[in-house]
Design a protein around this ligand. Structure first.
Ligand code: UD1
Length: 417
């Protein structure tokens, strides 16, 4: 069985280069379906999810080729409207082809994503927004089918600033007739990058990165070449790992402003943080201080960084309260952390963490991408050996995970027997 063997405790020390953003890459790849010419995306991380999205696009009829850190997508030929179940269940982000397919073909048939390890993840906000733009949806046999002769501009007020819904609506609106507005839009940096990419291809999107986005429809998009922004979740994961292991790590090729709140929380926990141009250094001496935090949409504390932060707080001097406001089941991995000696109690969407001196290495199972990475960080902090099973989750989202950690002094080995 594939697993990571992590020998600890170890203080991470050294330099870790940050890759292009997973969540950005997936959406830019989906948006390439809107462009009937060649698209080149640069700084694409070599991770399973990116290859799965490549497979989704190929099944839809696009030509996809991966180069050294790039992916070239040519969606100029005839496209199919169907995204099959086997791919959507492997990667929920496949749902992001809905907006582009409706815009380009006037129809789409996408398998319903269903739940996953971090909770039930409905797509009602995606569908309601696209309905306001004239799409009609039916749902049968596990698929949602949408039809729209030509999507038309609309004013959409989102009930919650959903990242995926904001992106699907932007992608639906770029070719629609007239001016679409999205109020209470998500503000994540990946949304700004999606808008920058589409604008470079000829779209007219304003306000991305604010809660009010306006999109003036254009007739057609043209060829584009665009580099992906640095991965703020990967950056935050290593920054927290540096502090949790009481180490000293310099992250390069990143943008500290994309994860400012996590950096401030690390400072509150006692870390020294030096922000530079495209880099950040995180140092921690001694035991972290306890603190409280709540996850919220950007620029709030990202839900994706809640798991590694729990590992840090599990060793803090004092008790902390973490409130999860975005994905209700994100605390499921707490049982695994408690197997490592942590004292964490979950009550609804709050977790009370009583800090202990040292974690103790144990066999654990990665339930999803972020919790998986957090368990490895737990292993770095723990006395003895930790074996993290189901490494496939981690490989979905972290490029060269083992190499990057070992480059900073960790002792992580991939075992496969
Ligand atoms: C994206 C990220 C994920 C991150 C999340 C929040 C990708 C591939 N994934 O996921 O890593 O954790 O943003 O920052 O970019 N919701 C609804 N109805 C909808 C859509 C969402 O109720 O139609 C709810 C979800 O169940 C969840 C919350 O809204 O509770 C946030 O979801 P959303 O912002 O849409 O996250 P994703 O785009 O799925």
């Amino acid at each position: 069985m594939r697993r990571y063997a992590v020998d600890g405790p170890v203080a991470l020390e050294g330099t870790i280069p940050i890759s292009g953003a997973k969540n950005g890459a997936l959406k830019l790849m989906a948006a390439s379906l809107l462009v009937p010419e060649e698209v080149v995306i640069e700084r694409v991380p070599n991770i399973t999810d990116v290859h799965l999205m490549g497979e989704v696009l190929e099944r839809l009829g696009a030509k996809v080729s991966f180069g050294d850190g790039t992916v070239t997508i040519d969606a100029s030929g005839d496209l199919s409207e169907e995204t099959p179940y086997d791919l959507v269940t492997k990667m929920r982000a496949s749902i992001q082809v809905l907006g582009p397919l409706l815009a380009r073909l006037g129809r789409a048939r996408v398998a319903m994503p269903g739940g996953d390890a971090i909770g039930s993840r409905p797509i009602d906000l995606h569908l309601q927004g696209l309905e306001r733009m004239g799409a009609k949806f039916t749902s049968q046999h596990g698929y949602v089918e949408g039809v729209a002769h030509r999507l038309r501009a609309a004013d959409v007020l989102l009930e919650f600033p959903s990242v995926g819904a904001t992106e699907n609506l932007i992608m639906g609106a770029v070719l629609a007739e007239g001016r679409t507005t999205i109020e209470n839009a998500a503000r994540e940096p990946e949304i700004q990058d999606l808008a920058a990419f589409l604008n470079a291809a000829g779209a007219r999107i304003e306000g991305a990165g604010t809660p009010f986005i306006s999109i003036e429809g254009v007739r057609e998009l043209g060829p584009v070449r665009h580099p992906i922004i640095p991965d703020r979740v990967e950056s935050g994961s290593y920054a927290i790992a540096a502090a949790a292991t009481r180490g000293d790590v310099r992250l390069t090729d990143t943008r500290p402003e994309f994860f400012e709140l996590p950096l401030q929380k690390l400072e509150q926990a006692g870390a020294e943080v030096d922000r530079g141009d495209g880099e950040v250094r995180v140092r921690m001496k001694g035991r972290p201080q306890s603190l409280d935090l709540s996850t919220l949409p950007f620029p709030g504390f990202p839900t994706d960084l809640q798991p590694p932060m729990m590992v840090l707080l599990a060793q803090a001097d004092g008790s902390s309260i973490v409130t999860e406001n975005v994905f209700e089941a994100r605390f499921l991995f707490v049982d695994e952390l408690n197997r490592m000696g942590c004292q964490i109690r979950v009550e609804g969407h709050h977790a009370v963490i009583r800090g202990i001196d040292r974690l103790s290495g144990a066999p654990v199972r990665a339930p999803d991408i972020r919790a998986g990475a957090a368990l490895v960080v737990g292993g770095l902090c723990a006395e003895g050996r930790t074996e993290v099973y189901d490494t496939g989750h981690i490989e979905r989202g972290y490029e060269s995970f083992v190499e990057k950690l070992n480059g900073a002094g960790a002792n992580v080995a991939l075992l496969d027997d």
